[in-house]
Ligand binder design. Structure first.
Ligand code: FES
Ligand SMILES: [Fe+2]
Length: 418
């Protein structure tokens, strides 16, 4: 199938020279166009009820967060055997443990006796085992049941069947993903359409430089969709992003499984972020990483805007239909001693300022969603990643399970790069 972004055939994999040239041509085509490309469909409005219907919210939380892969943690948060943490990013309490064999495993944080949490705090280190605080059942770091209290009182207990219930746990470099469903494809297969363009980066060596977590008073889609388009740069980020990036040159790539990317060029080819001068570049970076911002959405809720010296990974988690958690996790190379370059403080603050600009509109939009004034969302060509995301959501839920008035009509398939 032809790649409708540039009209050429895509190379098989990787951010190689041909891909770089093709992506640059796509940016140039965006700068030169005076209307959407021939044949681009009108995007039907996204039904407003998708943002406020509690039954729809339950379906999407189940389909996306409970049945798909979700980025749960970074390996730096589990630095040594016996390190552990509890994540709630899928909505369930899940215990991640680095075992004596150095492998990171995930389990429901749920004692097999009567369901008490086996880890009571959010994180820790040096654990040899986990003892449930209720009656004392004890589990090894690999999740197996080591002992129960008063075994004489059980008549037919098989400890080998009563280990902590595992949750699937796989990695993209140093990024740990978990999945509660046995039916989802392997992580590599799920991420492949997008992650193949990240493989030139030292994903195993990226360190966790900084972690910010805030609660936002809005539906998770209101928060997420902001990160899927550059249409808002000119006004909302007038004094920040807009001064650096040319939103009219931003080209969009739609990939299978709901993944996508927008490639925003610097306004000036020779511009270098003064806030990163002297910071170590990642190995393997290309012209794309240096002169553009390639902002990936790994479906559903991970935003990764790549620069040559690292990336602020944004993770959005629904807490309720009108409340979300927004986390910013900076992933970048660090020296062996873990010391941060002195510029990091200002760099983190600069991105926080941009995020704060984005977040400033979330609560006011949320206040509109339940009113008769919010009828639906007419999206334009620049905003097509949002429509692509909604199409993927309906495929995950199963469109037949949705009332017709809540569905989005699938129209973008011909514009998805295979
Ligand atoms: S609930 Fe954990 S030992 Fe009883
Ligand atoms: Fe923004």
């Amino acid at each position: 199938m032809r790649d409708r972004n540039t009209g050429t055939h895509p190379p098989p994999a990787g951010l190689d020279d041909a891909t770089v040239a093709r992506w640059k041509a796509g940016v140039q085509a965006e700068r030169e166009r005076d209307r959407p490309p021939a044949g681009f469909p009108a995007l039907p409005p996204i039904p407003g009820a998708r943002y406020r219907d509690p039954a729809f919210f339950d379906l999407e939380r189940q389909a996306l967060w409970r049945e798909g892969w979700i980025h749960a943690a970074h390996t730096d948060q589990l630095p040594a055997a016996g390190s552990w943490l509890v994540t709630r990013r899928t909505g369930s309490p899940v215990l991640l443990i680095r075992g004596a064999d150095d492998r990171i495993r995930a389990f429901y944080n749920t004692c097999r006796h009567r369901g008490a949490p086996v880890a009571r705090a959010d994180s820790g280190s040096g654990a040899q085992s986990f003892t449930c605080g209720y009656h004392g059942w004890t589990y090894r770091l690999d999740g197996s049941l080591a002992s129960v209290t008063d075994p004489r009182d059980f008549t037919d207990l098989d400890p080998s069947c009563l280990g902590l219930v595992p949750v699937r746990c796989e990695r993209l470099g140093s990024l740990i993903f978990i999945c509660e469903s046995p039916l989802a494809p392997p992580l590599d297969e799920f991420l492949a359409p997008a992650a193949r363009f990240l493989r030139h980066l030292p994903l195993d060596a990226l360190r966790l430089v900084h972690h910010r977590s805030i609660e936002v008073g809005g539906n998770h889609k209101v928060v997420l969709e902001n990160f899927l388009e550059a249409y808002h740069f000119r006004l909302l980020h007038m004094k920040t992003t807009h001064r650096i990036f040319d939103h009219q040159g931003t080209s969009v790539h739609l990939w299978r499984h709901g993944h996508s990317m927008m490639l925003s060029p610097h306004r000036r080819d020779d511009w270098v972020d003064p806030g990163t001068v002297g910071m170590p570049e990642m190995t393997g970076v290309t012209e794309i990483d240096r002169r553009f911002n390639a902002s990936y959405n790994l479906f559903p809720n991970l935003i990764l805007p790549i620069s040559a010296t690292g990336a602020p990974c944004v993770v959005i988690t629904p807490l309720a239909i009108d409340r979300s958690r927004l986390e910013v996790l900076w992933y970048a190379p660090l020296p062996a001693d873990g010391a941060r370059h002195p510029l990091w403080e200002a760099r983190i603050a600069n991105f926080d300022r941009i995020v704060d600009e984005d977040v400033s509109f979330v609560e006011p939009i949320q206040a509109s969603l339940d009113t008769a004034g919010f009828r639906g969302v007419p999206l334009n060509y620049q905003e097509r990643r949002i429509y692509h995301w909604h199409e993927a959501l309906d495929r995950r839920i199963g469109a037949h399970r949705l009332p017709p008035a809540l569905r989005v009509q699938p129209v973008l398939e011909p514009w998805v790069t295979p």
